[in-house]
Design a protein around this ligand. Structure first.
Ligand code: ZN
Length: 304
């Protein structure tokens, strides 16, 4: 059975060692250790070498004085892991690490990463995006500062504490009588279809959100209590938790909301198997680093 731990961005998470986050002396010394593992991000893009993430050692600390630092935790051997967010004006060209790697689009890069690298990079991307968009205190408007090794912002003016957010998203496969529903968002490439999805709203359960989104986007009705939870995975675009579910539709007639999706269609299990195998004539689905791929795969491989 597929579980959250089998998903590429969630698999084999490192030990976050959160008890070190308040210990500035420990953090400073850990960041300079010979065995430290440091990954670099710049404007949401990880530094990649051929074949995966480029890990740097303590030399990364001298690259720029103007970085945000995030302590990610420790690997299985105990080596501390940090991420540095390089300022937008910093360039690889002319730096001591010129030629070792390139900053690459996260979605393009993630497929070549190991699960541990993908998990670390996803975490760093979400946290750094949050820092970029939460510089000011939501209570009083003053400049806030990064504390606790990158995991919190504090307001020196009013004392408010601000924590990075994770937005729950219900991502669903509606099924009925041996068929499943896939949709296509506006602007997606021709032939690319995926599970429908939507943010869980305040006051709502995951099950209710799935049924509501299904009706809003495709006009299909389902009973929330039929929702079957499969697994979840963090999704760093910018900071969602994708909660994968299957739910039983009670109607079949599709009425799309063109603001939300461009197309939706029912597919047989045979077609779903072909889509997952990359052998469908017309339709292809998200790659294995996306939750949607695994939801569709779970259902396609069932016999019921
Ligand atoms: Zn404040």
């Amino acid at each position: 059975m597929t579980t959250s731990n089998d998903l590429p961005l969630a698999a084999k998470p490192i030990d976050r060692a959160a008890h070190h986050r308040l210990d500035k002396d420990w953090l400073a010394s850990a960041q300079s250790r010979d065995d430290v593992l440091i990954l670099l991000m710049q404007e949401g893009q990880p530094l990649i070498e051929k074949g995966g993430l480029l890990w740097l050692g303590p030399q990364a600390n001298a690259l720029s004085p103007d970085v945000s630092v995030l302590f990610l935790g420790r690997d299985k051997a105990g080596a501390p892991i940090f991420a540095l967010d390089m300022p937008a004006h910093w360039t690889l060209a002319g730096s001591p690490i010129e030629g070792l790697g390139e900053f690459e689009d996260m979605r393009a890069a993630i497929g070549a990463m190991s699960p541990m690298e993908a998990n670390c990079t996803s975490t760093a991307r979400s946290i750094f995006e949050w820092h970029r968009s939460h510089r000011f205190c939501a209570k009083c408007g003053a400049d806030t500062e990064i504390v606790e090794a990158g995991w919190k912002r504090a307001c020196p003016a009013c004392g408010a504490e601000h924590f990075p957010r994770t937005d729950p998203v219900a991502i669903m496969l509606a099924v009925k009588d041996g068929k499943c529903l896939l949709g296509r968002g506006p602007g997606w490439p021709a032939g690319f279809m995926s599970c429908l999805a939507g943010f869980v709203e305040p006051g709502e359960t995951v099950e209710q959100a799935a049924a509501r989104e299904l009706f809003e986007e495709a006009g299909i009705q389902a009973e929330p209590e039929t929702t079957e939870y499969l697994f979840c995975q963090p999704w760093p675009f910018p900071s969602s938790l994708m909660i994968g579910v299957i739910l039983q539709a009670t109607t079949e007639e599709i009425t799309i909301d063109p603001k939300e999706i461009q197309d939706a269609r029912w597919f047989s299990r045979e077609e779903a198997r072909a889509i997952i195998a990359g052998e469908h004539d017309e339709i292809y689905c998200p790659p294995p680093f996306a939750v949607a791929h695994h939801i569709l795969k779970v259902w396609a491989e069932r016999d019921d």
